[in-house]
Design a protein around this ligand. Sequence first.
Ligand SMILES: Cc1ncc(COP(=O)(O)O)c(C=O)c1O
Length: 456
Amino acid sequence: MPGQIAQEIIARYESRLARSRSLDAAAKNYLPGGDTRSTTYILPYPAYMARGEGCYLYDVDGNRYIDFLNNYTSLIHGHGNPAVLEAAETQMRRGTVFGAPAAAQYELAEIICERVPGIERVRFNNSGTEATMMAMRAARAYTGKDLIIKMDGGYHGHHDFAGVNVKPDFAATDLPAASITWDGIPACVLDGMRIAPFNDLAAAERVLQANQGQVAAIIVEPMMGAGGAIAPLPGYLEGLRALADKHGVLLIFDEIITFRLSLGGYQKISGVIPDLTCLGKIIGGGFPVGAFGGKQAVMARFDPAHPQTIYHGGTFCGHAVTMAAGAATLKLYGEPEIGRINALGERLAAGVNAAFAEAGLRGRASGAGSLVQVHWTDQVATNSRQALLAMGRAKDLPRLLHLELMNRGVFCATRGLFSVSTPMTEAEIDQAAEAVAGTLQLLKPHAAEVAPHLVI
Ligand SMILES: Cc1ncc(COP(=O)(O)O)c(C=O)c1O
């Protein structure tokens, strides 16, 4: 019975996670939903993790998982890398944060500026959210224009201007309509935002033309991350660059996820250099971080000595421990490591594709290198709307895949994103692919019931 398969998966999950269940119930007395991040909320309740070691996580009930979540792609060396720990510990003993610049900040800034082609000058934040917020502000200040064009379904953190069309316009027959995704964001934010579908140059040009002389910047992930790990079509990024130049607007790449894919991020892979770049995740060595940087001409406005300086505060920006851990992390993440984990990611993607084929289900892996995303369609999604529509039509299959993978000792994002970290080897990749294969076989009768279009 298909309903029974779902029940059995959930029952197995609950029987393995009894202690997590009581911690979750207790936490709900003080934290709405039991935690602080919408993204960590799962039903029936999340596993409470007790510790991490290399690419493994251990929960409070003593279960072990291969960690493909890596705190949403931010732990490139997994947990407890000795050099990163040492750097953080040394800095902590000297002082955590000073209200004055620390040498470690210079060191991390130098590494980033040397590696990322589009970054001549950089500033640090405590989150990727702040990084995109400040990049948008920098673009507005530099151009003297107010409008920002973002992609339908694009995720750039949770500040107000990023909270537009995170949920794509599923009903769009032409250009997507702009709408606010999260309650509490004022409607006036829409006045400052325009929306274009990813991978559609003609649409981007129409939006630019319709708002001639008013646009400050286009913000885009060169490969969509949360929107579905969707790669740009050939020529798309080059086309956006050309459009930005033609219309005198800045091009902002949000490389908060994609930076990991090469020494200089996706811009180095594509050869398309943005005016501003946002970074986060891996550059903080496991501590809270964000960064935005770009051309000296734009970033110079953040110099307090500039006659038209842009204010940029933040009590913990440039936090010394983050900077030290981040510099240690990137020093250990050179071409050989990047090449190795990108190859592991490709091996995992091949394993996921084989698992769908063997189970006789329509689905595929998207993404690039060390980032692998399960799509619930055998068609190549070129924008977030297609990927999310396919996920919606798969009903509870994505959720059951996630829970059953946990039952089998594999921890990934609930939306089916896997990120590879440097402590992983082919053994962990093959174990994960095997777990996906076994889970899809198990789910096939359920799929036949709830989403028969997926059964081949
Ligand atoms: C592409 C992208 N931009 C921005 C952010 C926001 O970063 P943070 O969660 O550090 O605020 C994220 C986080 O997942 C992201 O994936």
